[in-house]
Design a protein around this ligand. Structure first.
Ligand code: NAY
Length: 291
């Protein structure tokens, strides 16, 4: 029976002033390897607050995660950027470090045409010997690729799959069946079970930094055909995710991590620093779901 892959979307620890905190990043990586036992980490994605980092900071994060992981798990470096030169530079940097996979968000904001999007991916990959997952997240980018467009992108053999952060299950079914050999990883944690039903290869998510053991159990139950158990576990996870979102998910992930013994520092402004109410909410989440 095939084992589904579980990747945590790596968080970036910051100090109060928004400077990256390398010790905090290392502690998060260790927790993901030693306690969460994830198969891999997705580095410099949305959860990593990477779209608020400069090039040098992204490189420091990539290097720190790579060093701390020390070959123990798979690593995906998200290099996508509206600055294509930066994306290419990061792709080369991550590849030279030894990252076995890259990913790049679809370029956003300027309503790029599909031809321009295709050119962006081919440019990023042109000078690097590496593989790439398309990071598709239409709710944040406004870019919703079709099955035919994925097929055109896959004409580049270095593009090996999709990080599918999308609630469109019709499209997921079409894409899964059109590309049985591609790696499709589900990106909305609260929709993992329906994505498993459509035969995704696994998942990448922010809440797995906290919740990976429960999610592994859910995926194992699914693989064993115990759908009732998988549904019950998804229900607990979704109660937890609903509470995280209500409490402001990005800072709350870090506040809950602190209760788990990992000091992940702060989020980066303009994200919100914790208020006493948020701190109390995070403590309640920890006690309800993780104690
Ligand atoms: C990323 O790049 O870090 C991710 O996309 C991870 C996926 C997360 N999406 C976002 C937008 O943060 O884990 C999800 C998400 O936080 C979770 O499903 C709660 O909605």
């Amino acid at each position: 029976m095939s084992k589904k892959l579980l990747y945590a979307a790596q968080m970036t620890a910051f100090d109060k002033d928004g400077n990256i905190n390398l010790d905090g990043i290392r502690a998060l990586v260790r927790y993901n390897i030693d306690v969460n036992k994830v198969d891999g980490l997705y580095v410099c994605g949305s959860t990593g607050e990477a779209f608020m980092l400069n090039t040098d900071e992204k490189k420091q994060v990539m290097k720190t995660v790579y060093d701390e992981a020390n070959g123990a798990i798979d690593l995906v470096a998200q290099v996508g950027s509206l600055n294509l030169k930066e994306a290419k530079e990061l792709a080369k940097f991550a590849t030279d470090l030894g990252y076995p996979k890259l990913s790049a968000v679809t370029p956003f904001y300027y309503n790029f045409t599909f031809e321009q999007i295709k050119d962006y991916y081919n440019e990023i990959l042109k000078d690097v010997d590496n593989k790439l997952l398309i990071y598709s997240i239409p709710a944040l980018t406004g870019v919703a690729l079709t099955t035919d467009q994925f097929a055109e992108l896959f004409e580049n053999p270095k593009i090996i799959g999709i990080k599918y952060t999308n609630a469109d299950f019709y499209l997921l079914e079409r894409v899964r069946n059109a590309f049985p050999d591609k790696l499709i990883l589900s990106g909305f944690d609260e929709m993992l079970l329906p994505a498993l039903a459509l035969n995704v290869d696994g998942c990448i998510g922010s809440t797995y930094n906290l919740n990976a053991p429960r999610v592994r159990e859910e995926m194992d139950a699914f693989d064993a055909g115990d759908i009732d158990k998988a549904r019950q576990l998804q229900n607990i996870s979704n109660d937890m995710i609903t509470d995280l979102i209500a409490n402001d998910i990005y800072p709350t992930l870090k506040l809950v991590m602190k209760h788990m013994g990992v000091d992940a520092g702060y989020v980066k402004k303009p994200m919100s620093h914790p208020t006493p109410e948020m701190e109390a909410g995070a403590k309640a989440i920890y006690e309800k779901y993780f104690k």
